[in-house]
Design a protein around this ligand. Structure first.
Ligand code: PEP
Ligand code: MN
Length: 339
């Protein structure tokens, strides 16, 4: 259920609502929009005596939320969510460009990519330090050394770092190096990890599980939000279907569907969705045209020698072309492209 608070309600009146919820052991999540204050209520509502909330002067209306996800529901923040990560805005009208290699391999490798993406408007440097590989015999990532390289290079170019964490044990250490924690497709329903990143308060990008429905994915989001962490980006990265021409099938419909179901920003990963460098450009353009809030793209200075995902990484020069075309689409759909 959400409580829509009357415009102009006083602080005391809002406190009275929150006090009533606490009295009946209900959890309140407050969302302060530009026009309206909305309180999400989680817990057993049958504890409330009839009229306990309805009769409070600041309550405009109570709206039940039928979906199994509550805080992620569009009703909780009808105007949509935009938030800042160290001064960089995500969501809203400006597009967010994230790029970098699949895995951190060396400082030179990351630097050569960071230099180009910075000049093309990207504000976030990606790179895997802890790699969730399908077999234990593949390159597993440079781990702590990888995080150190990412931070060093990002600071050199005034970029922010997004990188994947696969265990709750790594959150504390990684928080010194990472600005946005990525939860990968393979951990999309690792609920203890989701709760732990929720408790950390660090912004999170949650990728869609390989075979996760949109409602299940929103359930995963809810694990993070219910711990009080609302700085979440949802990342569509393709789902497993019967089609084998691409590594996964980019669910482009997920973009407008998410826009109607949730208030959270949505970013598309055309690299893991297609698994093939040649399809990254058309899928990037389609994603932005469909209303995505940004892209995360794998870029490597020499893709054929990459230690992971060699087939899907594009070169810095190819990235430049995509960035220019995304900029052109942004203008048509009235979004701004980062300078
Ligand atoms: C990644 O982005 O490095 C990654 C492993 O992606 P996904 O979890 O979507 O497979
Ligand atoms: Mn990859």
């Amino acid at each position: 259920m959400i409580i829509v608070v009357k415009p102009g309600a006083s602080r005391d009146q809002v406190e009275k609502i929150l006090g009533t919820l606490e009295q009946f052991h209900l959890k309140a999540h407050v969302s302060e929009g530009a026009e309206r204050l909305i309180i999400g209520v989680i817990g057993d509502k049958s504890r409330l005596p009839p009229g306990a909330l309805e009769l409070l002067p600041a309550v405009e209306k109570l709206v039940p939320i039928m979906e199994s996800y509550k805080l992620a529901s569009r009703a909780f923040r009808p105007e949509g969510t935009a938030f800042e990560v160290k001064g960089v805005r995500i969501g809203g009208t400006e597009l967010t460009m994230m790029a970098g290699p699949c895995a951190v391999e060396s400082e030179e490798q990351v630097d050569s990519v960071a230099r180009v993406i910075t000049s093309c408007g990207a504000r976030f440097l990606r790179g895997g330090a802890y790699k969730p590989r399908t077999t234990p015999y593949s390159f597993q990532g440079l781990e702590k050394e990888g995080l150190r390289i990412l931070r060093t290079v990002a600071d050199r170019y005034n970029l922010l770092v997004i990188s994947e964490i696969t265990s709750e044990n790594d959150i504390d250490y990684a928080s010194d190096y990472i600005d946005i924690i990525q939860i990968g497709a393979r951990n999309a329903q690792n609920f203890r990890l989701l709760s732990a990143v929720g408790k950390s308060g660090i912004p999170v990008m949650l990728k869609r599980g390989i075979a996760e429905t949109i409602d299940e994915w929103l359930g995963s989001v809810e694990y993070i939000m219910s711990e009080g962490n609302y700085k979440i980006i949802m990342c569509e990265r393709g789902i497993r279907t019967f089609e084998t021409s691409t590594r996964s099938t980019l669910d482009i419909s997920a973009v407008p569907v998410l826009k109607s179901k949730t208030h959270l920003p949505v970013i598309v990963d055309p690299s893991h969705a297609s698994g093939k460098a040649q399809y990254v450009r058309p899928l990037s353009l389609a994603a932005i045209a469909a209303g995505a809030d940004g892209l995360i793209i794998e870029v490597h200075p020499n893709p054929i020698c990459a230690l992971s995902d060699a087939a899907q990484q594009i070169t810095p020069d190819e990235y430049r072309v995509i960035a220019d075309e995304v900029k052109a689409i942004a203008e048509i759909i009235k979004r701004t492209y980062p300078q």
